[in-house]
Structure formats: structure tokens, C-alpha cells
Design a protein around this ligand. Structure first.
Ligand code: IMP
Ligand code: MG
Length: 184
């Protein structure tokens, strides 16, 4: 299979994403005046989004990273595991988790619960894409880039089988639904 055969049309252009990221950055800036804000990007899918978002925030923001495996080899679906913890002490600080996609909410609700155990002043999340119909866990993101109804996407940090993270636009993935991987 050649590089982009598995990708369909562009759903969100890099231009449109960049515009939305600027708006989200402005909202986050307005909402966190005088606060001690820590952005926690969820690796790897939210890496590109987190870096761009941080640059759109006009505050002395701290960036940190966490990595969660939701469907690890040998573990049942819905049992997340922390692959990489944050480095920062979160006590008394405003934590904003930055994630690529909110699907069922399993990953985010679990991670936010873990971070709440560190005595932060607040824990909220900002997701680039939300799949509203798939949501089963009660996660209410404070900031949402776009709502999405299509089943599977890749590009702008988001992968399909680790491919396509480098693309600037977000594409739909063209494989039959039976071949689609579980969330990771
Ligand atoms: P949740 O735990 O069910 O909310 O799944 C969220 C995670 O699944 C995201 O962090 C993504 O890593 C992954 N995911 C969900 N939908 C997609 C997609 O369309 N493309 C790539 N990854 C996805
Ligand atoms: Mg992810």
C-alpha cells in the first residue's frame, strides 16, 4: 500500500485548524489570567496540538506530558495504564489536559481522575476533536476544537497505525470498519 492510499478526503485543513487553535488559545488566556496554568499534553496524538496551543496562549504557561495506554496488549479494553507520568508538581495549580480526540472518554476520565489525586486547584480538558455519539464516560471538556461524526481520522499528530502524524491536514481514514483498530 502506498503512503496515502488509506486516506480519504481532508476533513479539517491545516488553515482551519490553525484558526481554531488561535481562538482556543485566546479563550484559555482570558480564562486563566493570574492563574498558574499547566498544560498536560497526552502523547503521542496530542503532541502537535499541544505545542501549537501553548504558543497561542499569552500567559507564562508550563507544558508537561503524560502517556496513557487504553487498550494495551493483554489488558482488557477500558483498563487504562499510565505509560508516562507528568513531571510537574500539580498541587495548587490549574491543570488543563490537552487531548487529540474524545471518543468514549475512557482515556480522559481515567487520566483526569489520576491527576485530581495530586491536589491541583482545578483539572479541565481541551480536546481538538470530539466524537459526540461515542461518549460513554462523563467527560465534559471545557474547550472543544471541532465535533466529528466520521469514524476514524489521521493527520496533525493523529495516527492510523502510527502513520500520518506528520500531515498538516486531518484526513478521514478509508479502511472498512472491520479493519479499524481499537483506540490507543
Ligand atoms: P477514548 O478513550 O475512547 O475516548 O479514546 C480516545 C483515544 O482514542 C484518543 O486519544 C485517540 O488516541 C484514539 N482515537 C479515537 N478516535 C480516533 C481516530 O479517529 N483516529 C485516531 N485515533 C483515535
Ligand atoms: Mg490518544
Amino acid at each position: 500500500m502506498t503512503a496515502h492510499e488509506e486516506l480519504g478526503r481532508v476533513l479539517f485543513t491545516s488553515r482551519r485548524i490553525a484558526r481554531r487553535v488561535q481562538q482556543l488559545g485566546a479563550e484559555i488566556t482570558r480564562d486563566h489570567q493570574g492563574r498558574d496554568l499547566v498544560l498536560v499534553g497526552v502523547l503521542k496524538g496530542a503532541a502537535a496540538f499541544t505545542v501549537d496551543l501553548a504558543r497561542a496562549v499569552d500567559l507564562p504557561v508550563v507544558m508537561d506530558w503524560a502517556a496513557v495506554s487504553t487498550y494495551g496488549r493483554g489488558s482488557a479494553p477500558g483498563t487504562p495504564r499510565l505509560l508516562k507520568d507528568v513531571d510537574e508538581d500539580l498541587a495548587g495549580r490549574d491543570v488543563l489536559v490537552v487531548e487529540d480526540i474524545l471518543d468514549t472518554g475512557t482515556t480522559l476520565s481515567w487520566l483526569m481522575d489520576r491527576l485530581r489525586e495530586r491536589s491541583p486547584a482545578s483539572v479541565n480538558c481541551c480536546v481538538l476533536l470530539r466524537k459526540p455519539h461515542a461518549l460513554v464516560e462523563p467527560v465534559r471538556p471545557r474547550y472543544v476544537g471541532f465535533d466529528l461524526t466520521q469514524h476514524w481520522v489521521a493527520g496533525y499528530g493523529i495516527d492510523y497505525a502510527e502513520r500520518h502524524r506528520n500531515l498538516g491536514d486531518i484526513h478521514e481514514v478509508l479502511l472498512p470498519s472491520a479493519a479499524l483498530p481499537a483506540s490507543s
